[in-house]
Design a protein around this ligand. Sequence first.
Ligand SMILES: Cc1cc2nc3c(=O)[nH]c(=O)nc-3n(C[C@H](O)[C@H](O)[C@H](O)COP(=O)(O)O)c2cc1C
Length: 370
Amino acid sequence: MNIMGQPWKMGTLKIKNRLVRSATGEGLSNEDGTPTQRLIDISVELARGGVGLIIAGTAYISREGRGDKNTTGIDNNRLIEPLSRLCRAVHTAGGTLAVQLLHCGSTLNPAILPEKEVLFGPSAMIDPVCGHPVVELSKDHILRIVDDYANAALRAKEAGFRAVQLHAAHGYLINQFLSPSRNRRNDQYGGPLKHRALLLYQVYEAVRGAVGKEFPIFIKMSAYDGFPGGVKPKEAAQVASTLDVMGIDAIEVSAGTPEGAKKGGWDHIIPAPFKEGSLLKYALQIKEKVNCPVISVEGWRNPLEITKALEKIDAVSMSRPFIREPNLVNRWLGGDLSPARCISCNECLDLIMESGLGCVFHNRNKDGNS
Ligand SMILES: Cc1cc2nc3c(=O)[nH]c(=O)nc-3n(C[C@H](O)[C@H](O)[C@H](O)COP(=O)(O)O)c2cc1C
């Protein structure tokens, strides 16, 4: 059997193959955070397409932490039942569904600004991306956010998700605390790395306390922020190593922030055009420091390259290729090893804001042929 089709384990969770759908904000939930039937249908299509582990797009842990319109909510017990319908549908179709928990901090879609009374972050400043004032979080407020993560994780477990992923990448709140340029605090949450990482460690501990030892908790983290004064790969590896000792079940290694993209002159933090497995090097640096499984995300398109990478890394995750070809895993595991048809044009990033997740090519032709 091709190594892509081999099962692996994330903590107690057995995953049937090593191809993961990385979290992909679908923009397909209602304003109140409940998933629409279209979101359920898209998720079921991925499950039928053979994806080993599907990580649903971000779910906000509190209304204050909501970063975009039509994002899924997990901030209230009334959402458990609607979310359980999503979980049941995916699991009945043979998939395994995890959810990604998020407080966006001050990194958000500007379209949502009118609903925000205040933007919060580690330190008071003008947000370098959206240009709005950011208010420094008080210690009490930080502890409330830690509780919000724990309560959201418990809801995820009750709804039937098989794992929770903490979103600590891409310039959102936890990532902002890690970044020296965003976190200028003088208390126990600022200064040396172990202080800047304290929020993340507290969130992990609180979530673990809520869901118990057996329930898988994993993390998506940035190996680097991509701007001067941001997190560097060595620091990211140190944080990963501490989380590993604390008991995290897997680490997905991404990179970049909207601030880094803006300063680099790019439209999006996700590169277009891409390089095959562009962040593998960083995932391997982290893999050296930890015992838990490591997942490499970004730029995986060629199954022959993925097959080689899987000799060194536990799993690879993809986002854009699955938007165009939900059946990609079945295609590859069925022996058609031509590369993913995704051309990384990033049109999908604009579509989620306009009409919800889609691919301009997939929408034209369901076979994915343009
Ligand atoms: C439409 C779209 C939505 C995304 N939403 C999320 C998200 O909710 N959470 C997240 O961590 N990453 C998100 N990402 C980033 C992907 O998970 C992934 O890290 C990135 O697209 C690189 O992988 P790829 O080259 O396979 O697309 C999104 C990407 C796209 C294209």
